[in-house]
Design a binder for this molecule. Structure first.
Ligand SMILES: C[S@@+](CC[C@H](N)C(=O)[O-])C[C@H]1O[C@@H](n2cnc3c(N)ncnc32)[C@H](O)[C@@H]1O
Length: 240
């Protein structure tokens, strides 16, 4: 019931699996910005059940490497890749946001959907993104940022995010952090509709309703952002 509600209100493809709040319009935008094609490698970091990376692989022809610290989520993603007949282009592994186990410069692009706030510590996860990206490769992060970092109603995890400062500090260039008010409105619609549903004994739906109460209570404190940046082509420092 919860999956169906998320897909419908956020405008996701009918068979898309999501454990986040990136909707159909956001996914289309991410696919456009990534500009991947056959032979390219996308790392979907904290991939959960693998839904976004697999959908991007399906649309673009790229390979996807999904990493998540949940072995259960990774097993689910592997099954899903087989169902979608993408197993030959998909590799799902258990790993950490801060330690993926992937080789340096092995990714053309890294995507982190609504998960960067879980990294401990957060700067190490950005360093890891940069390490696994080839020079010139692109990182895309969807997340939320606090309008006021001192707003104690918000979780410390979300209050630590400030990608406009943190991405350059991790050595990224061409950093852009863009507000996504339309995505935020879709989220609001999702939480509001979740609260109108008779959840009965559906544990996932009841948990979503608890989350909806919390999210709506602090809705005015966060902005939704799409951050993009590139790994530099060269880290050599020019002589003075
Ligand atoms: C909100 S879900 C998003 C999942 C997926 N990106 C999506 O959009 O459907 C957060 C994911 O982050 C994973 N996660 C949390 N902390 C992590 C960590 N330290 N290292 C790797 N994965 C982590 C969780 O297991 C979960 O799958």
């Amino acid at each position: 019931m919860a999956d169906e509600l998320v897909r419908r209100v956020l405008g996701l493809p009918p068979d898309q699996q999501s454990t986040s709040l990136l909707g159909g319009a956001g996914l289309d935008e991410v696919v456009t910005v990534l500009d991947l094609r056959a032979g390219r490698v996308l790392v979907d970091l904290a991939c959960g059940r693998g839904g976004y990376g697999l959908e991007i692989a399906r649309r673009s022809g790229c390979r996807v490497v999904g990493v998540d610290f949940s072995a259960v989520a990774i097993e689910h993603a592997r099954r899903r890749a087989r169902v979608l007949r993408l197993a030959d282009r998909a590799d799902f592994r258990v790993g950490e946001l801060t330690a993926t186990g992937l080789s340096a410069a092995s990714a053309d692009a890294v995507l982190v959907v609504d998960s960067l706030q879980f990294a401990e510590p957060l700067p190490d996860a950005l360093q890891e993104c940069r390490r696994i990206l080839r020079p010139g490769g692109r990182v895309i992060v969807t997340c939320w940022e606090a309008l006021d970092a001192d707003d104690e109603r918000l979780s410390p995890r979300l209050r630590q995010l400030d990608l406009g400062r943190q991405l350059p500090r991790a050595g990224f260039v061409d950093v852009e952090v863009v507000d996504k008010p339309g995505w935020r409105l879709a989220e609001q619609a999702l939480w509001q509709e979740a609260l109108t549903i008779e959840a009965g004994n559906d544990a996932a739906m009841r948990s979503m309703q608890d989350e909806a109460q919390r999210m709506l209570a602090t809705f005015d404190g966060l902005r939704r952002v799409l951050a993009t940046a590139r790994a530099p082509h060269s880290t050599k420092v020019s002589p003075p």
